[in-house]
Design a binder for this molecule. Structure first.
Ligand SMILES: Cc1ncc(COP(=O)(O)O)c(C=O)c1O
Length: 473
């Protein structure tokens, strides 16, 4: 291949440009489309073929302030012109890092006053495991069914949302125990209970719709966890319980508001650390700064909180906020990394947090989330949507099949493909048939309307009468 032949193929608009490029990339990285992204602004990405795509994925919940927000761009430009790299062992801190700690102290749960910075969610999860084991001198970590914590060896061992994240990669990190997570829609205990139907169902006439208001729970997952501590993982061997406040990759499963407080209580009883992975649900995505803040009763604080994605508007950055005493037991030098806490990343995170505050994006996430849920509810009568869940701008719809049967495998992917044909970027989630909406927190009311319109057309293509005719033919 001649020099720069790939760039020439893109420039000339060659139809097979994407497949030519992908020949040089790992086929183990799945790709949903053949578009080549060129530039972006707000809620739209433009590809090299001149098409404009409405972004309901936001790079998997990353571009919180919208694509290329002018204040974020300016912060990156200014920082790049003054200090790009220091390395955290060589300097005590950098000025952008100081600014970031100041900001985090105002939004993190009050007892989490120490921070560690890394480059990706998975790396932060691995460090949380190290802290939990180092601090407690215990080995076991309890994670949950349907969880996704990352792709490194440590975080992958805690990931159970789909087998393909782990298949062929054993031996995995040992001493991991998997507990059931509340998936209320498919909960057998709820189904069998005489009042079970009133605990959880789509209620199209309740507006504004809050699927979790006054929601009942059978407590089966909490009971199961108590048995796990009696039968599989003795409390004296259990370092931590790690949980996503809303399962992201696992299907936007949203626990009843009593679930995380119940976990906190169990952890306190046994000296087990509670690690909350806010990588996908955090930084305003759900309408509060942190997804675990949607609980019933008194606020619950984790011992270790993990954040990434939305914290830096797309710049690779992640971190941990931990209780004051958590690093006790870890010797100097046991944590670190070449790029962690890089000045450019810290400056981007500062600008991101400022924009979220100045533009009241938590309120926007709540309002636009309600609008999205209402629009999805309006589609439930016509198409086989059996659940709408999530909070704020972390919102999903699950599909069912005919007569209470499971949905046909692949329908969620077919819907996202149909949306893609109409230039809307949408993602599936979980092992069942679910699509998820994760737009930028800056998304406008008209953009949500546009998304709902395209979604309706996509559902019609997959489930509508024309789809049925096509199948029959
Ligand atoms: C909840 C959660 N934790 C951890 C990760 C891993 O983050 P990263 O892909 O940055 O390694 C993800 C990624 O999707 C996630 O959603």
């Amino acid at each position: 291949m001649s020099k720069h032949a790939l760039s020439a193929a893109v420039k000339s608009g060659a139809a097979d440009a994407a497949s030519l490029i992908r020949r040089h990339l790992s086929p183990a990285v799945a790709s949903n489309s053949n578009f080549i992204a060129e530039r972006a602004s707000g809620s739209y990405i433009y590809s090299t073929d001149g098409q404009k795509h409405l972004d309901m994925a936001a790079g998997i919940g990353v571009v919180s302030t919208g694509h290329c927000h002018p204040k974020v761009v300016k912060a990156i430009q200014d920082q790049a012109a003054s200090l790009i790299h220091t390395q955290q062992n060589i300097f005590a801190a950098s000025t952008p890092m100081v600014g970031l700690i100041d900001r985090l102290l105002t939004i993190a749960p009050p007892s989490l006053t120490r921070f560690f910075f890394a480059n990706s969610g998975s790396e932060a999860v691995d460090n949380a495991i190290k802290i939990a084991r180092g601090h407690t001198k215990r080995q076991n970590i309890i994670c949950f069914e349907n969880s996704f914590h990352g792709r490194t060896y440590g975080s992958m061992a805690l990931t159970t949302s789909k087998t393909y994240y782990r298949q062929g990669f054993a031996p995995l990190m040992p001493q991991v125990v998997v507990a059931p997570y509340p998936y209320c829609l498919h909960c057998k205990v709820r189904e069998a209970h005489p009042d079970g139907d009133s605990w959880y169902k789509i209620q199209p006439n309740v507006k504004p719709y809050d699927p979790y208001e006054a929601r009942g729970c059978c407590n089966a997952p909490i009971d199961a966890l108590k048995w796990i501590l009696k039968q599989q993982s003795a409390p004296v061997d259990t370092a931590a319980i790690i949980i996503e406040p809303i399962m992201g990759e696992g299907g936007f499963l949203t626990p009843p508001p009593s679930f995380i407080p119940a976990l906190r209580k169990i952890c306190d009883e046994h000296g087990i650390l509670l690690i909350i992975d806010e990588v996908q649900a955090g930084v305003g995505r759900t309408g509060k700064w942190w997804g675990h803040q949607h609980v019933s009763g008194e606020a619950v604080e984790p011992d270790i909180m993990i954040f990434a994605k939305g914290i830096a508007s797309g710049f690779p950055f992640a971190g941990l906020a931990v209780r004051e005493n958590m690093f006790e037991g870890l010797a100097s030098g046991t944590m670190g990394g070449t790029y962690g806490a890089a000045p450019l990343a810290c400056a981007t995170a500062c600008a991101t947090l400022d924009v979220i505050k100045e533009e009241k994006l938590l309120d926007n996430a709540t309002a636009r989330g309600r609008q999205l849920v209402k629009g999805l509810l309006d589609l439930t009568g016509k198409y086989p949507i059996i659940d709408i869940r999530g909070r704020g701008l972390m919102c999903a719809a699950e599909f069912g099949g005919k007569d209470g049967m499971s949905a046909e495998p692949g329908v969620a992917a077919a819907v996202t493909k149909a949306a893609g044909k109409r230039n809307m970027l949408l993602l599936t989630a979980g092992a069942r048939e679910t699509v998820r909406f994760l737009p930028p927190l800056t998304v406008s009311s008209s953009e949500i309307d546009e998304a709902l319109h395209i979604f309706g057309e996509s559902l019609e293509e997959v489930f509508g009468s024309s789809a049925a005719q096509l199948k029959a033919a």
